[in-house]
Design a protein around this ligand. Structure first.
Ligand code: DQA
Length: 141
């Protein structure tokens, strides 16, 4: 099973960015752990700070992956383009967030992408990614 993890803006700074909210682990460390845990799955990873590049990754994933785990970061709350890209492909997308966006500032309470995703996992730190991959694993025939 092929899963693509996509991270949006500022998530390249995990481990040094607002560690009280996002934790001390870098994404490389998180990904390492996920690859060990899900060694039977093929996990790929893309990150960009640029909205259009995230749209390109989502479009390019169509027909190539069984699932996408997407942390669109701040674009979650603003990007109709990313929402449209998710709607345009047939690969199921799970929205994830490290922090609990509903427990934070009001501007983070809206997800423009949620309606086009299978579901949203938010607030479990790096476990949000793990739980999203587990969802796809559980759909394996
Ligand atoms: C985030 C939450 C977003 O509101 C924020 O802009 C991020 C990270 C999270 O993983 O908790 O950059 O998506």
């Amino acid at each position: 099973m092929k899963i693509l993890l996509i991270n949006g803006p500022n998530l390249n700074l995990l481990g040094k960015r607002e560690i009280n909210i996002y934790g001390k682990q870098t994404f490389e460390e998180i990904l390492d752990g996920l690859k060990k845990q899900f060694s039977a799955m093929e996990l790929s990873f893309q990150q960009s700070n640029i909205e259009g590049e995230l749209v390109n990754y989502i479009q390019a994933a169509d027909g190539q992956y069984d699932g996408i785990v997407l942390n669109a970061a701040a674009y979650t709350h603003t990007s109709i383009a990313i929402a449209d890209a998710i709607a345009a492909i047939s690969v199921p997308v799970v929205e994830v967030h490290l922090s609990n966006i509903m427990a934070r500032e009001a501007e983070r309470h809206t997800s423009l992408i949620a309606k086009n995703c299978v579901g949203c996992i938010s607030g479990f730190g790096f476990l949000s990614y793990q739980l999203a991959i587990q969802y796809f694993e559980s759909t394996k025939i």
